[in-house]
Design a protein. Sequence first.
Length: 367
Amino acid sequence: MPSEQLRNLKVKVGLLGVTHPHADAHLRTLELLDEVESIAAWDEGEIDVDALKKENRPKLETTQTTLEQILNRQDIPIIISLGSNSRNPDWIIRAAGAGKHILTEKPVAANSNALNRVVSVIRHAGVHLGVYYTWRFNPIARDIRAMIEHGVIGKLLTVEARMITSQVQFRDPSHWLFKKNIAGGGILSWLGSHWIDLIRYITQDEVDTVSAMVDTLNGVAIDVEDTAVVLMHLKSGALATLHAGYLLPISQTGYTSGTYDTYLCFRGLKGNITWHPTNPEREVIVESVAPGWRAAPHRELKYTMAESDAYGGQYGLELVRQFIISAMRNDTPANGAENALRVMQIIEAAYHSNSSGRTVKVGEERR
């Protein structure tokens, strides 16, 4: 697409899955984007059109009764796919077959076999798939990545990560997220996946082997894990730990607005960088004895970011904008299908380690 057209880009978007837990947030995001002209929505179940319209959604032009009605529309080049983990791959494959570019929720599928099929179809169809790993679009994450790359903490030794949120009792235990045959996994695949992706993005390193223990400890009748502790050996030799869990005994009102306790710390031979991503202070603490830092080895970096009602805030808005522009340019997004597959393989290695009691190489097939 010529640059002149990109400057004035307006696209129609199809949204699949208006009953997804994050659907309202995705609709808000699309409404906020200048690049989005209109939205056509569809779901497998009956859609309450009046309820959707009440939420001040002027771009929501119509709802479709069948998936084919959206996929057959030549004026819709972009699809947002929000199916359950078990249904999502089928929706994506059908959209790709219709020549659509697709932006979808993580972890994309319930398992790597289904995700492998998605990757294969995407390649064959010549379309692009983007995945909502929003945190890598946060400017703080990008700054930490740059600091590590430029030697501020020297050789990376360890990464410590924590993703703790409200207990299952404050959510809906009957939701598909807590059913193994639909979700594929629990806290590790739903929220831990964000931090696995972020560790790989910030360190520019790959996970080689995984040791993990997962369990269901809350006393609520679900058949996926609510707690996970994962040790990852990176190819550079560094070690990374992730503690994820539905563990907090308090919660804000509503399914999608749980309370969070999050933490990331990158430790190297010459210093460390600490970040609490969900804290409102938006502060990064850097301690370093690298050249250029010795005069003030302890620094607190403050960030001010524009507020946004978009899913993932201002940087979530940027994720969608960049995907639309890159897809229309026919550029492959950085947060694409292959990246999502690698994250899924790491998660499955953790599950395999838990069940086998041994360290598992990422990508190793179960015997």
